[in-house]
Design a protein around this ligand. Structure first.
Ligand code: AMP
Ligand code: ZN
Length: 142
């Protein structure tokens, strides 16, 4: 996977400001941070998206993200909250096709946010959507 920038970082062939280096997980600073301290947590094993990600690697990525986020909040750094964010697929804004969990430190008025067309669907609509997704999950497991 030499054409993957995050695999190159794992291999030590591209620069990174490393925060955490574990046997299966690496965390390093994002080069275009949304807010100061924005970092990425990745599995060392290449997976282009969630469908390709080993669930055990996914659990380790989340655990590392939880640990870093908790440490950042407890530290003297000016961090009052943390958002976790993961883009899976082009439509979701994924640009680097090696799974990565964004950790975005937050302070009041930092300018980061979610833009959406908020809706207030009726319960019947929510129930129908839940049914469709439940079927998708059960079909996939079978
Ligand atoms: P996404 O849109 O979720 O795929 O996010 C990709 C993220 O990777 C962006 O926030 C980029 O700034 C970041 N990024 C891309 N190349 C590098 C790199 N070489 N080192 C650190 N972060 C990177
Ligand atoms: Zn990769």
């Amino acid at each position: 996977m030499t054409d993957c920038i995050f695999c190159a970082i794992v291999a030590g062939q591209a620069p990174a400001s490393v925060v955490l280096d574990e046997p299966d997980v690496l965390a390093f600073m994002d080069i275009r941070p949304f807010t100061p301290g924005h970092l990425l947590v990745i599995p060392k094993r290449h997976a282009s998206g969630l469908a390709q990600l080993d669930p055990e690697d996914g659990a380790k990525v989340f655990a590392a993200g939880q640990r870093i986020a908790t440490a950042m909040r407890a530290s003297d750094l000016p961090i009052d909250g943390v958002n976790m964010f993961l883009a899976d697929g082009v439509a979701a804004g994924q640009e680097v096709f090696h799974v990565h969990l964004h950790l975005v430190p937050r302070t009041a008025g930092d300018g980061f946010g979610i833009r959406a067309r908020w809706q207030t669907p009726r319960r019947a609509v929510l129930d129908g959507t839940a049914e469709a997704i439940r079927t998708a999950v059960e079909t996939r497991r079978a």
